[in-house]
Design a binder for this molecule. Structure first.
Ligand code: GLY
Length: 439
């Protein structure tokens, strides 16, 4: 099979790395890729959202399956375009990708399917949105731009003044462009978050093992939000019963509600769940693999990912299951100086081979590039180091040992990734003190 992976981050390197282990893979391309994918695939210098150039390449190179990493190409219709030209894609079409591309669409689909989520109000004008945030007392309150806003469109507001500012950032200063033409105000939910990635073929949905990620830049969940500074898989306490409940009450009703709208969901459905006092609810849906969850999920996968993705793209997941290694996985992200406000390019990275030489360690590249024969930083999140271990304590120790072998100027890393998983596994902490029993 000739495979094209679209994207150039850590998630895409993880996809390429898994595909490279499949006997089905004849040749793998990555657009645009990074220094890590260059070692396992042929990088092509095409941006992930340049649909005409991607189509031209896939047609010319007779690509059998295109697997899309980021949301943007899906939301603008990569799948629709490729399918019109007879090319198979793992990733939802434009309408189905609206689950991530429009918060209002996702809420409406959830309402159709009876899926538990936070209460919300939709606004298209400054005056009504301001009246809403002034008139309510249920703070904190979440203000969300409806469309894709590069991860910045969700604002948690502690009080009215912050909510007013958030509303004005959408409608007055237009910080999110057209993505902020519509906003929602949403009930703030408290609880423990879980990322459940599910492979869908339009009918059948196959869950991958659950994961948790870390969004803040600094240990102890301090500092600004990032694209994700670490993750682990599986999630102690979120066992098969909870996965079954999420499938029954969230994933299957959403896929069915889409089908009633004549929308077929093929690809990964990422359910961003929160376990509240009232049970499992949905925070958000994404229409793609999570980053950095994928880097913690895939090292544990004991099935052929390429076979699963090809089956999903072809509507043939019926009877398929994902099998898992018994070990736990911990992923630690290494970021460049200035991240998340900015990033630093061109710093030479050393120790990559020494880190990867450790047993059960995989070094996934994200923002890296090759320069004069050396691997250098080329983005905010630079690497994701994943380690398997017999138990989270062993996985964590190995991941940080590998991280310790890598160096570049301004390297930033969180020191507490998976600490809570170690404690939960040792029975010292309950990650889900409330809610799971109601699911
Ligand atoms: N880890 C969060 C995301 O992929 O959106």
């Amino acid at each position: 099979m000739r495979v094209l992976v679209v994207g150039g981050g850590g998630r895409e390197h993880a996809l390429v790395h898994s595909f490279a282990q499949s006997p089905l893979a004849e040749r793998i391309f990555c657009a645009p890729g990074n220094a890590g994918t260059a070692a396992e695939a042929d990088n092509i210098p095409v941006a992930a959202d340049d649909l005409p150039a991607l189509l031209d390449f896939a047609s010319r190179e007779q690509i059998d399956l295109t697997v899309v990493g980021p949301e943007a190409p899906l939301v603008i219709g990569l799948t629709d375009l490729f399918e019109e030209h007879g090319l198979a894609v793992f990733g939802p079409n434009r309408e189905a990708a609206q689950l991530e591309g429009s918060k209002v669409f996702a809420k409406e689909v959830m309402a159709d399917g009876g899926v538990p989520t936070g209460a919300y109000r939709r606004h298209t004008a400054l005056e009504t949105a301001l009246a809403d945030v002034e008139g309510r007392e249920d703070y904190p309150l979440v203000v969300k731009a409806d469309g894709l806003a590069a991860g910045k469109g969700v604002i948690i507001c502690a009080h009215k003044a912050e909510a007013r500012t958030a509303v004005e950032s959408c409608f007055v200063s237009r910080d999110f462009g057209a993505a902020g033409d519509v906003l929602i105000t949403e009930e703030y939910l408290t609880g423990s978050e879980v990322s459940l990635l599910v492979l869908c073929d339009g009918e059948t949905a196959v869950p991958l093992a659950p994961a948790q990620d870390y969004k803040r830049i600094f240990a102890g969940d301090q500092g600004p939000n990032t694209g994700g500074m670490g993750s682990y898989c599986p999630v102690p306490g979120f066992e098969q019963k909870a996965i079954d409940a999420a499938m029954e009450h969230v994933v299957e009703p959403v896929v069915a509600a889409l089908r009633r709208r004549n929308v077929t969901y093929r690809g990964v459905l990422y359910a961003g769940l929160i376990v509240t006092e009232a049970g499992i609810k949905v925070l958000e849906f994404n229409c793609r693999f999570g980053d950095p969850e994928t880097q913690a999920v895939l090292p544990r996968l004991d099935s052929d990912l390429l076979e699963l993705c090809a089956a999903a793209a072809d509507g043939g997941l019926g009877g398929a299951r994902a099998l898992w290694k018994p070990q736990d996985c911990v992923t630690v992200v290494l970021a460049s100086a200035g991240y998340p406000a900015s990033s630093h390019k061109g710093d030479v990275i050393s120790g990559l081979a020494e880190a990867a030489a450790l047993d059960d360690v995989t070094v996934y590249h994200a923002g890296t590039a090759l320069q004069d024969g050396e691997v250098v930083t080329a983005g905010g999140r630079v690497l994701a180091v994943s380690a398997l271990g017999d138990g989270f304590a062993a996985a964590r120790e190995r991941a940080y040992e590998a991280v310790g072998r890598i160096a570049f100027d301004g390297l930033q890393v969180r020191s507490d990734i998976a600490e809570r998983a170690v404690k939960a596994q040792a029975g010292e902490l309950d990650l889900f003190p409330r809610g799971l029993e109601l699911a």
